[in-house]
Design a protein around this ligand. Sequence first.
Ligand code: HEC
Ligand code: HEC
Length: 194
Amino acid sequence: MQFVISLVLVLAAASVAGAGPLDHPGAMKALNCSACHGFAGQSIADTMPSLAGVWPEYFKKAIADYASGKRPSTEMEPYAKQVMQFGVDDYAAYFGSLKREPAKMPVDGAAAGRGRAAAVQCAGCHGPEGQGDRAKLVPALAGQPPGYLKSQMTLFKQDRRSPGDANLKALKAMMQGLPDSTIEDLAAYYSSLR
Ligand code: HEC
Ligand code: HEC
């Protein structure tokens, strides 16, 4: 009840103050994503990606991959199917319109320093500051929670994210050459970027 009252107050405040995040047509549809991805796509859980600031093109690819089972996830598959049914464009435009606040989970400074050195090999695709490449559907890594970055790198290493995808061969070969400790360092580094 307290939550409902707060939500109503937030909604009222947003409409008085002018256009807020909840005024977007995708905002209401996306409310049930906040249980895992945080309010307005701002993750507060180490293992959950922030959706705020994700480019619509990459967002739509990720949703399509989950819905078809190409990128296996028992958690995301039902939600991805729901998103496809309700209209993925509204969700994609909504999350893409939000600015990502960097993850607040603390990272070890020494690990991030080692990660910076190891990240030289990633920069060709993810950019020198982990900002990604929108045109090539390479996601931004900067400011994502460290646990999420680590889990995805591990899934690539084990060929469990989009298994057998020919486009991801180079990325997976690279991950297979990295010890788990380096994967942890890379996660700390990219999460620490602003
Ligand atoms: C029960 C928790 C849960 C809910 C609710 C949820 N998600 Fe997710 N989501 C996850 C998890 C866990 C992952 C990472 C899965 C993986 O390993 O690929 C994820 C990943 C994603 C990604 C991929 C991000 C990236 O950087 O590749 C997108 C996009 C996404 N979710 C969108 C949504 C949307 C939109 C909704 C609401 C309709 C939603 N999710 C609801 C748990 C959830
Ligand atoms: C050949 C280009 C390429 C290289 C090199 C590369 N990546 Fe990626 N990376 C990608 C692409 C493309 C994706 C998105 C895959 C998809 O669509 O599912 C991705 C996805 C990721 C993700 C998942 C992000 C998310 O939001 O789900 C992480 C984490 C990641 N890369 C880390 C790294 C790290 C760390 C390195 C260096 C060790 C690296 N990548 C090297 C192309 C590359």
